[in-house]
Design a protein around this ligand. Structure first.
Ligand SMILES: Cc1cc2nc3c(=O)[nH]c(=O)nc-3n(C[C@H](O)[C@H](O)[C@H](O)COP(=O)(O)OP(=O)(O)OC[C@H]3O[C@@H](n4cnc5c(N)ncnc54)[C@H](O)[C@@H]3O)c2cc1C
Length: 478
């Protein structure tokens, strides 16, 4: 047993946590798996915590020994913010309990919960909340960075429906943060939560969802891009918040040929949806897998396009409507030029997430740390590849493509421009950005206040992963 392992085991004695080290074989190998293979790192030790007290013990050890660490929620970040080499992982995967309170229509989800846990449990009470569109993502990372979902058009972001968190601070202290308790911490947690502690439970507002929803993919040949862009350009006027359309390009399996994918969503009847999306149905799709389905199923529809194999890199930008076909075509051409010149990248995806923002912009950007509210939509770039030697060039490509989208025609706020009205956001969703994007770009005018709160709640910068608020990590390896 190494010195480190002995120390960890001793400090976690008497707790219910499970400690795993490389010698533990399959259990350890499982514990270091991540959604993206390039984020699989050989941690010195994984502490699978089961409650807040376990986390307090782990943090006490980490502070005393000055050992770098990360926190793992659902393990989906592609910036390695939940994985580490030669350090410790505080792994929340044993903390997945979800409790629904039907009288108050609230949901309490433990810190390591996945969205599938929330969707399934809430559905038992005909309730739902704003969760991610791929249900194996973690509630933790998605919520702490903001959270967009199919219900955003109606109810805003995940954080707009977050009522309270229980959080273990860097000091090991366990506190509750809400609008009335530690409200400054609650402000910071909603958008920059990973910088402030380990959240052990999230309490969300839920909404009645007794009826099925209409959802599913329509797939078109690439040649239909102009007509689909024409339809999307009407979307802001025709939606009432109960709809969304995610659309973009990829070369999905098994054929691996370029296609135009659309994922439709309407929280209502089939007839209403057919009328609203009529111009798309009229375009004679290659495949139509739309159907009326329970809400709890909708966030599983994209799971097959987001499997666990391969190396992946997310990137984000923003776009405004109306989009010009030339801008879209140029982004599509850049994507295909890059992936066609390399092997094994066919499943990369460029996705225009046309999720209505009317509810999102009702909250101002200074109301909480999250700063990406504006009259625009998120562009998601998801690259997939297999060759480790390509990691750096893929990262650079994603950054350039995202910038090209955001700052070209249909642009949102440009570098250095003043924020006009408090809802003129930064134009980049932190959860899609790599961790090398500076805090000022993710948090805009909120970055300064966040740095001040960091001094108050984590003065030694223990939580230094993801978008970094303070540049110098204080904790160093012994
Ligand atoms: C396939 C896929 C689909 C996606 N779809 C959406 C979507 O529909 N909407 C959307 O908004 N985003 C979406 N995202 C982005 C997603 O929000 C981020 O990838 C997010 O970081 C995932 O959270 P996680 O807990 O799974 O990841 P992790 O890698 O485990 O965590 C990400 C960060 O959050 C921290 N963290 C996680 N849990 C906690 C906790 N309880 N306490 C403190 N810190 C914590 C980690 O330390 C890390 O810094 C998607 C991502 C993927 C890969």
């Amino acid at each position: 047993m190494s010195d480190m392992e002995a120390l960890v085991r001793k400090s976690m004695e008497g707790t219910k946590a499970e400690v795993l080290v490389p010698n533990d074989g399959e259990k350890y190998e499982q514990a270091i798996q991540r959604w993206s293979e390039h984020c699989i790192q050989r941690a010195k030790c994984v502490i699978k915590v089961s409650c807040a007290d376990d986390i307090t013990s782990a943090l006490s050890f980490i502070r005393t020994q000055k050992i770098p660490f990360v926190v793992r929620g659902g393990g989906h970040s592609t910036s390695s913010s939940s994985s580490i080499t030669d350090g410790i992982v505080i792994d929340l995967s044993l903390m997945r309990r979800v409790t629904v309170f039907p009288d108050s229509k609230t949901i309490r989800a433990e810190g390591g919960t996945l969205w599938v846990d929330v969707d399934e449990e809430a559905a038992k009470y005909d309730l739902a909340t704003v969760g991610g569109t791929v249900n194996h993502t973690g509630v933790g990372g998605l919520t702490l960075g903001g959270g967009y979902g199919f219900l955003t058009g109606k109810y805003g972001l995940t954080i707009d429906n977050l009522l309270e968190v229980d959080i273990v601070l860097a000091s090991g202290e366990q506190v509750t943060a809400s609008a009335t308790l530690n409200s400054d911490l609650f402000w910071a947690v909603r958008g920059a939560g990973h910088n402030f502690g380990v959240v052990t439970s999230f309490t969300f507002q839920a909404f009645d969802q007794p009826r099925p929803v209409f959802a599913g993919p329509l797939i078109f040949p690439l040649a239909k891009l102009p007509q689909v862009v024409d339809f999307v350009n009407t979307f802001h006027e025709i939606n009432d918040g109960n709809q969304a359309i995610l659309w973009g390009v990829s070369c999905p399996p098994p054929a691996h040929v370029p296609v135009l994918l659309t994922q439709l969503f309407h929280n209502g009847t089939v007839d209403e949806a057919k009328a609203l999306f009529a111009p798309l149905f009229a375009l004679d799709p290659i495949a139509n897998m739309t159907a009326s389905i329970p809400y709890k199923t909708v966030n599983s529809l994209l799971n097959p396009t987001a499997g666990f194999d391969g190396r992946k890199q997310f990137g984000g930008g923003a776009f405004k409507l109306p989009l010009s076909i030339d801008l879209v075509q140029s982004l599509v051409d850049k994507l295909f030029a890059f992936i066609n010149a390399r092997k094994g990248m066919e499943e990369s995806l460029l996705l225009f997430e046309t999720v209505p923002y009317r509810e999102v912009v009702k909250v101002k950007n200074d109301a909480m740390a999250f700063s990406n509210r504006g009259e625009y939509y998120n562009l998601a770039i998801m690259m997939k590849w297999h060759d480790e030697g390509m990691d750096a060039e893929v990262r650079n490509f994603v950054r350039d493509l995202a910038k090209g989208a955001g700052l070209a025609e249909g642009a949102v706020r440009k570098d250095g421009e003043e924020v006009k009205d408090g809802v003129d956001g930064v134009g980049i969703y932190g959860n899609y950005a790599n961790s090398d994007v500076p805090a000022s770009e993710i948090y805009g005018n909120n970055a300064k206040k966040l740095q001040e709160l960091k001094q108050k709640y984590d003065p030694d910068n223990l939580f230094d992963r993801g978008t970094r608020l303070v540049s110098k990590p204080v904790v160093v390896m012994n």
